[in-house]
Design a protein around this ligand. Structure first.
Ligand SMILES: CC(C)(COP(=O)(O)OP(=O)(O)OC[C@H]1O[C@@H](n2cnc3c(N)ncnc32)[C@H](O)[C@@H]1OP(=O)(O)O)[C@@H](O)C(=O)NCCC(=O)NCCS
Length: 169
């Protein structure tokens, strides 16, 4: 697949109909992956984008800095990923460094694998080379995605898988 790339969230995205529409095609919560834009009004959307941008520079108390990326295939907006700059105790158990979601009508076409590969390239740029990815044990698609990026299963607790991806290998 070519022409597939990530773009970081930016303030003008608050007016972008296509991004808003993509975000309505991923549930509010799926397998622990949260989409805070699902179901919000278009009027509230610019505020939501501003919140995402702030998560990178001044996250709320108890949260770590996080960058959001949109996945594009040419002009189509396919999904989004979240990249946490470092881990806290909570993320070590559930969440890890990277989370991703693909819009429902574009699933099972290889985009999930691409979004993780591309987000791994971004996390390398900020100096993270040991990447934690977690998912529910029964989230077969996500397990395959992580394993395709060389994720090694460290352990499985309470129906949840803890994988590490070593970028230096
Ligand atoms: C998980 C998710 C990102 C997968 O995206 P996707 O674009 O369908 O993934 P891909 O097309 O790259 O598929 C990856 C593999 O999973 C398989 N797969 C896809 N959907 C599947 C499903 N529902 N059940 C079982 N396997 C599935 C694919 O066939 C592929 O297998 P292969 O390696 O044998 O070819 C998507 O379903 C999603 O957004 N889910 C909601 C959020 C979520 O669960 N995020 C992950 C946790 S952070």
């Amino acid at each position: 697949m070519s022409n597939i790339y990530l773009r970081e969230v930016q303030i003008s995205d608050g007016m972008n109909e296509k991004i808003y529409e993509m975000l309505q095609c991923i549930d509010k919560e799926e397998n622990g992956f949260m989409n805070g834009a699902c179901g919000i009004s278009k009027e509230d959307f610019p505020g939501y984008i501003e919140k995402l941008i702030n998560q990178k520079i001044k996250p709320e108390i108890g949260l770590v800095p996080q960058t959001t990326f949109w996945l594009f295939d040419r002009y189509d907006i396919i999904g989004f990923s979240k990249m946490r700059h470092y881990l806290n105790e909570k993320l070590r158990v559930k969440g890890g460094h990277i989370g991703y979601g693909i819009r429902k009508d574009k699933r099972n076409k290889g985009y999930g694998k691409r979004i993780l590969e591309l987000t791994l390239k971004e996390i390398e740029k900020i100096g993270v080379f040991e990447v934690l990815c977690t998912c529910d044990s029964d989230n077969i698609a996500s397990r395959k995605i992580i394993e395709a990026s060389n994720g090694k299963l460290e352990r499985e607790d309470n129906n949840h898988c803890i994988y590490w991806i070593n970028m230096r290998r």
